[in-house]
Each structure stands twice: as structure tokens, then as C-alpha cells.
Design a protein around this ligand. Structure first.
Ligand code: OFO
Length: 175
């Protein structure tokens, strides 16, 4: 059984994961508008993974005989000035999400809720990969600079990303 404080915090995390999904879908739409289908694909897959993260919390709350309470999801930004700006924002967003996960881990410890503590370990590891994947693409985009051919090649590489099976380990490599 979840205590009310933990339940409230886990419900807030569902909202954060749904916002992540919404944000990455918005980034995908931006890339579609820029004729960068590979980056659009990468972001669309990321949006699907975030939805899967939200559903993991949803399933866990129910499994612990808690009550899921959904709240409004904030609207995401829709315009950016460059692919680099998009991935920099994605990276910053993942750092923020890592902070939220760490807060949940801390709370589960304070509340002696060891089942939740154990459940959260998957997310702790996932965040390491999420941060690394976004950072790698930022580094590549900095190398690419204004080189159109290199940008075309990077976009082709990111087109290869496919969705992870539900419950799969973590975000795959950049391409
Ligand atoms: Fe759910 O990991 Fe990204 O935000």
C-alpha cells in the first residue's frame, strides 16, 4: 500500500513523463517542418518511450493499491532556431527529469518505502542513458556545424532509431 505522500509524488511524475512525451513529439513536429525526417523519427521514438515511462508509474501505483489521478499536461514549446537548440533543450530537460527521479528516490527512502525505492532504480539507470544519448547528439551537431552534407548524414543515422520493446532496458544509442 502506498502512503499518500508517496502516491502524490508518483502521480506528479506521471504528469512529468507525459509532458516529456508531449515535448518530444513537439520537437519531432519541428523537425518534420525542417525536412529532417531522421531527427523527427528520433524524437518520435523518444516521445513513445516517455509514454512508456508514464505507463510504468501508472501500473506501479495501481499494483500497490494506490489511486492514479491524472492532471492537465502543460503545452510544450513549438518553435526552435536550430537542431542544436532542440537537442540542447532535450538534454536540459533530461537533467531536470533526473533531478525529479532523484527526489522520488530520496522520498521513498525517507518514507521507508522500499518497494518504491526498488521500482525507481530502473529509472535511475534509464536517466543515465537518456542524458548520454542527448549529449552525444549535441556533440555531433557541434561537429557538423553548417556543413549540409554532414547534417544530411547525421539525419540519416538518426532515422535508424527504432522503438524499444515495452519494458526494454533503456534508450538505445543515438542512431
Ligand atoms: Fe522519462 O526519461 Fe526522459 O524525460
Amino acid at each position: 500500500m502506498l502512503n499518500p505522500k508517496m502516491q502524490e509524488a508518483l502521480n506528479q511524475q506521471i504528469n512529468a513523463e507525459l509532458f516529456s512525451s508531449y515535448l518530444y513529439l513537439s520537437m519531432s513536429a519541428y523537425f518534420e517542418s525542417q525536412s529532417l525526417p531522421g531527427m523527427a523519427n528520433w524524437m518520435r521514438v523518444q516521445a513513445q518511450e516517455e509514454l512508456m515511462h508514464a505507463m510504468k508509474f501508472y501500473g506501479f501505483i495501481n499494483e500497490r493499491d494506490g489511486r492514479v489521478a491524472l492532471a492537465a499536461v502543460e503545452g510544450p514549446r513549438t518553435e526552435w532556431s536550430s537542431p542544436l537548440e532542440v537537442f540542447e533543450e532535450a538534454y536540459k530537460h533530461e537533467l531536470k527529469i533526473s533531478g525529479l527521479i532523484n527526489r522520488l528516490v530520496k522520498l521513498s527512502h525517507e518514507e521507508s518505502d522500499f518497494a518504491t525505492h526498488s521500482f525507481l532504480q530502473w529509472f535511475v539507470n534509464e536517466q543515465v542513458e537518456e542524458e548520454a544519448a542527448a549529449k552525444l547528439i549535441i556533440d555531433r551537431l557541434r561537429l557538423v556545424g553548417d556543413n549540409g552534407v554532414a547534417m544530411f548524414m547525421l539525419d540519416n543515422e538518426l532515422a535508424r532509431r527504432t522503438p524499444m520493446p515495452a519494458g526494454g532496458a533503456a534508450a538505445e544509442a543515438a542512431g
